[in-house]
Every structure is written in C-alpha cells, then in structure tokens.
Design a protein around this ligand. Structure first.
Ligand code: HXC
Ligand code: NAP
Length: 280
C-alpha cells in the first residue's frame, strides 16, 4: 500500500487501533492503512460476518485483528467490545469513530424517529465510544479521530439529520480536545469528500452523477478510501503531535464550490427513487 512507501512500516507496531464501523468502506480503508504500518486492529459494527471478513483482510496485511459485534448505540456493548479488544490486543492507542447511518430524505417527510436514529448512531454513538474508551486513551495518551462530513458545516439538501449529527460531532471533538488535552489525548475530525465506491456515495448520488461530481471537485477526481486512511495515519502519528481540536477536510477542494451540485443531484436521485417506487 502507498502509505508504507512514505511512512515507516513499523510506525504503529504493537499499537492498538479501534475502528467503530470498521467492517466496510472508508473505515475499513482507515484500518488497512494502520495495519500496513504495523498496528493491530479491533473493529466493531452490527454485522459479525462483515467484521470477520474485514479481519481476514487485515490479518493478510500482518495485523492481529479483533472483530467484535457491537451497536454504538448500546453503551454496555461498546464497553464489552473495548474490554475484549484490550484483553486481546492491549490498551487502545487510537480510536476512530466512523460508524454512521445516512439516507436522503426531505425534512418534511423525515419522521422524528428517522432523525433520532441518525443522531443516535452518529453523534451519541461517537460520544458513547469516546466515553467508554477514555480510560484506555488516558493510559496510552492516545488519539481520538472522528469521521465527520461536509454536512457538518455547510447545509446540504435532504440531509438535515446528518448535518445536525455531524455538526454535533465536530463540536464534541472541540470540547474533548479542550478537556482531554491535559491527559495527553489529541482529538480531531476528518471530513471526507465524495469517496469512490462507498455505501455513502451509493446512497447519496446515482451512478449517472459521477462525472458531474468529478467536474465539481477542483482536483478533478473522487477521493479514495486510502486518501482518508492516509489522513488518519498522519493525524495519529508523532508528526501531528501538536495538532488537536481540528477539522481536517480531505475532499480535493470539493467544499469550495458549495453544495449546489450535491443538492441538484440529490433532487434527481429522489425523483428517480419516487418513479421506481410508483412503478413497483
Ligand atoms: C426516510 C428512513 C429511511 C429513508 C430509514 N428511515 N430509512 N426515513 N427515508 N430512506 C427511518 C425509518 O422509517 C425509521 O423511522 C427510522 O429511520 C429507523 O429506521 P430503521 O430501519 O429501524 O433503523 P436502523 O435499522 O437502526 O438502521 C439505520 C439506518 C440504515 C441509518 C436507517 O440505513 C443503516 O443501517 N445505515 C448504515 C449504513 C449507512 O447508512 N452507511 C452510509 C454512511 S455514509 P420510523 O418513524 O418509520 O420508525 C454517510 C455519508 C455522509 O454518512 C456524507 C457523504 C458525502
Ligand atoms: P459504510 O461502509 O456504510 O460505513 C458505515 C459503517 O458503520 C458500516 O460498516 C456499518 O456496519 C457501521 N454501522 C452503522 N450503524 C452502526 C451502528 N449502529 N453501530 C455500529 N456500527 C454501525 O459507509 P461509508 O460511506 O464508508 O462511510 C463511512 C464514514 O465516512 C461515515 O462516518 C460517513 O458518514 C463518512 N463519510 C462518508 C463519505 C462518503 O463519500 N462515503 C463522505 C463523507 C463522510 P453495519 O451496518 O454492519 O453495522
């Protein structure tokens, strides 16, 4: 992997990285980048088979892996997962909070429970993980990384639930950076841009919109899961030892043009979904 051409291959040897939502997509990409630099990886999500498959991939990169099913909305389940990861891999040096849920929906059609569900997974789930990991992170003077989104600081159509949840995450990040800095814990967020081949893109943009998305990115490409993995590895490395309380945007400059292209694409996607629903 590219990361091991630029960073020492043993940078995270004997270190433990826990990734919530680590069984797929961007979060698994982050786990792979840490594994390529010697880290051992624990993962949680709701689906044990998905986590087991991810763990196999990570073992192939040389990592010890601990895949343990836990819903981030369930504090006791997270405590149990963290205790198991500690018993198998040692205390946690890095926690990546990436578990999230998303769907496109106009605000006037979103139920109270739909809004609550996304806030529960993204925001409460990230607090639950941070709080349950605190003792281990204090012990290791560890690093906490949240996976946020552009919706946190720029309104996007049909994303009121996600915007509220991710903005909450970024404010929580700043609060914890302030409070936990005294324990030597650094806390930051990463905002990925449009990342190719992910569940998030599948849910928010139709395949026909791909070229328009690329055209709207100043660097003229979609991001890869490795772009985000590399950012996470840097933020957890000693090279970032004075960086805390930051939102690091890794999006090829996509935010500079605003959310207009996203909003138009989301509108078309909702229309297409409505037509498909009428037909079936
Ligand atoms: C409107 C919806 C909905 C939809 C669910 N709900 N899907 N409302 N439109 N498409 C409502 C339901 O009707 C229900 O409310 C409430 O949400 C809870 O639904 P459940 O299905 O019971 O929830 P749950 O099983 O907990 O599943 C959570 C989920 C699901 C978020 C709804 O989609 C999921 O598990 N997602 C995980 C994977 C994922 O989303 N990955 C993408 C992350 S990408 P009622 O009122 O009926 O009870 C991402 C990208 C960010 O975050 C930015 C990209 C640029
Ligand atoms: P993804 O593959 O669906 O990742 C989400 C992961 O979270 C899944 O592995 C899912 O596994 C897990 N998860 C969902 N609900 C959970 C819960 N209640 N408890 C524990 N785990 C749960 O989607 P992705 O697109 O790669 O997104 C990953 C992260 O990047 C998210 O935080 C997302 O908001 C952010 N992001 C993505 C993009 C993008 O372009 N894709 C852009 C900006 C930000 P289970 O379903 O098995 O639980």
């Amino acid at each position: 992997m590219q990361v091991s051409q630029y960073f020492a291959r043993d940078l995270f040897r004997d270190r433990t990285v826990f990734v919530t939502g680590g069984g797929s997509g961007i979060n698994l990409g982050i786990a792979r980048n840490f594994a390529a630099l010697g880290a051992n990886i624990a993962l949680c999500g709701r689906t044990q088979e998905r986590l087991d498959a991810a763990a196999e991939e990570l073992r192939a990169l040389g990592a010890k892996a601990c895949p343990v099913a836990a819903d981030v909305r369930d504090y006791a389940a997270l405590e149990a997962a963290f205790a198991r990861s500690r018993a198998e891999l040692g205390p946690m040096d890095v926690l990546v909070c990436g578990a999230a849920g998303n769907f496109l929906v106009p605000a006037e059609k979103l139920s109270a429970n739909g809004f609550k569900t996304v806030v529960d997974i993204d925001l409460l789930g990230s607090f639950n993980a941070s709080r349950a990991a605190f003792a281990q992170l204090k012990e290791t003077k560890g690093v906490l990384i949240y996976i946020s989104a552009g919706m946190a600081y720029m309104p996007h159509a049909y994303q009121v639930h996600v915007g509220a949840a991710k903005a909450g995450i970024d404010m929580m990040m700043r609060n914890l950076a302030l409070e936990w800095g005294g324990y030597g814990i650094r806390v930051n967020s990463i905002v990925p841009g449009p990342i190719e081949g992910t569940e998030g893109m599948k849910r928010l943009a139709s395949p026909e919109a791909k070229q328009a998305i690329i055209d709207a990115v100043p660097l003229r490409r979609m991001g890869t899961v490795d772009d985000i993995g590399q950012t996470a590895v840097f933020l957890a490395s000693p090279l970032a030892s004075y960086i805390s309380g930051c939102v690091v945007v890794c999006d090829g400059g996509a935010n500079l043009a605003g959310s207009g292209q996203f909003n138009a694409g989301a509108e078309r996607m909702l229309q297409k979904m409505a037509m498909q629903a009428t037909r079936s």
